[in-house]
Ligand binder design. Structure first.
Ligand SMILES: [Zn+2]
Length: 479
């Protein structure tokens, strides 16, 4: 029968995690490398995952009163320079357009690394009175940040994202919006992507350039490294003052509004791969898997097998994202491996004997378990199974994170834990930049966030300087 009997295996995770990652993303055809170094091509299977993530987030944004808009790719240098802290934060990563129409431009144009500046310049034109507030807008686009070292989905010079930009009358309203969006980020990540998140506040050092405060959701990967997976910023009046956005308030005075911005990106696909994947490839959560169920006919040349397989597909396609692999010349075993590598949650096997007995086999990608089920209430069984897989994947990821989370009372313990059990380290922190820097220099771990859920570790003194500390923070090496 088949010409190709075996799918090329991926490098085992424990042998070389970076190679495992690269093998998985290329063998499952999520991405390819582009002619320009550091840029990625997202192939149909990868893009379908992004669309499913995007769909759910977009729905939640709209449910909370946001509208989509679109701004140009290019930003004049003079606009970028209006906010000093911001331009300084992004300067090293900015790509510039210097020529257009065969001529050198009078003013350089930057390719957006993010859109605060151009959006604020427009908001200053649009806003006149408090009656127009709040502004609640979002844009789906790509941004360019020229990176030295890149890895598909995790860090590339161009990536797809959304950036929400809102304006409010009061600080409290802006803060409420900042928290609401972080909450939506976490909720979808946990419920749809099956990735447990640690949520909290970034340190002054790690916050967004120009932000009053930055909040983040952080996930832990299989190799014990953290991945910042979404951020929400309360920008205060920083940009609105710099860009002279003002309006007549309720007392008829000129006032500057309060401003937020928030973003998630194709990085989330990297998180899905590195949280759920295994040595056989991808494992996709049912809620965002482009294909939730694949039907593989056994002995498909035998009479009636393909017909039965098509019939099953037709009966399921309204309810599920289902594929039937009827390709000629490949063994079922080869197909099993192929779809397993692609991370499809359920494989349905149907052969001549199954048809006779009115049943089929369902195999779970997450556990490898196989069950025989009747063809009669197939849709109900599959629906239940997909829910079970989704829940199990979240629980598994949570167990993994808990296993890789430890506490440290002093620097020796900190370093010891990072070596023996790489992952999150929960430790007390005095709040000083000196200690944060020292920890990074000595261990390579950065302060991921000060979580909302606090606890006291040991005697409550800073892990680094042993002075009194008010905050417990999460530290980890990070992507
Ligand atoms: Zn300290």
């Amino acid at each position: 029968m088949g010409k190709k009997q075996k799918v090329e295996a991926v490098t085992p995770m424990n042998e070389d995690f970076a190679r495992w990652y690269t093998d998985v993303i290329s063998k499952t055809e999520l991405v390819d490398y582009s002619p320009v170094k550091g840029f990625m091509v997202i192939r149909p299977y990868g893009y379908a995952i992004w669309e499913n993530i995007q769909k759910e987030y977009d729905k939640r944004f709209k449910e909370t009163g946001h509208q989509n808009m679109y701004f140009p790719l290019l930003i004049p240098e003079s606009l970028l320079k209006k906010e000093a802290e911001h331009v300084e934060g992004f300067a090293p990563e900015v790509a510039w357009v210097t020529h257009g129409g065969g001529k050198e431009l009078a003013e350089r144009l930057c390719i957006r690394p993010t859109s605060e500046t151009i959006i604020c310049s427009m908001y200053s034109k649009w806003l006149n009175t408090y009656r127009q507030l709040p502004f609640k807008y979002n844009q789906w686009c790509s941004v360019v940040r020229w990176e030295k070292t890149t890895r598909p989905f995790l860090r590339t010079s161009e990536f797809l994202w959304q950036e929400g930009h809102t304006l409010h009358e009061t600080y409290d309203e802006a803060q409420e919006e900042t928290m609401q969006m972080l909450d939506i980020y976490r909720d979808v990540a946990e419920e749809y992507l099956a990735i447990p998140m640690v949520v909290g506040k970034k340190s002054e050092k790690e916050k967004f350039a120009g932000a009053y405060s930055t909040y983040t959701m952080e996930a832990l990967m299989h190799d014990g490294q953290a991945l910042q997976s979404g951020t929400s910023h309360n920008l205060g009046q920083h940009f609105t003052k710099a860009f002279e956005i003002s309006y007549l308030d309720r007392e008829n005075n000129q006032a500057n509004p309060y401003h937020t911005s928030w973003g998630i990106s194709t990085r989330l696909i990297g998180a899905i791969i590195m949280v759920h994947g295994d040595d056989n490839g991808l494992v996709l959560p049912p809620k965002i898997a482009p294909t939730q169920l694949v039907i593989i006919p056994i002995a498909q040349h035998k009479e009636g097998v393909l017909d039965a397989a098509y019939e099953i597909k037709n009966s399921l396609k309204e309810k599920f994202r289902v594929e039937l692999d009827d390709m000629d010349g490949y063994t079922p075993g080869w197909k099993f491996n192929q779809w397993e590598m692609k991370g499809v949650p359920i494989r349905l096997e149907i052969g001549p004997r199954d048809i006779e007995e009115g049943q089929c086999i369902l195999a779970r990608r997450d556990t490898g378990e196989k069950v025989q089920v009747s063809l009669e209430d197939l849709a109900t069984t599959i629906e239940k199974l997909l829910d079970e897989i989704q829940d199990n994947m979240y629980q598994k990821a949570l167990n993994m994170r808990e296993q890789k989370t430890s506490i440290a009372e002093d620097m020796n313990e900190f370093k010891d834990n990072l070596t023996k059990n790489p992952g999150f380290i929960k430790a007390m922190w005095c709040g000083s930049r000196e200690c944060e820097d020292k920890i990074k220099d000595e261990t390579g771990a950065t302060l991921r966030c000060v979580p909302f859920e606090q606890e006291v570790i040991g005697d409550g003194t800073c892990v680094c300087c042993r002075e009194k500390a008010n905050d417990m923070a999460y530290f980890a090496r990070a992507y």
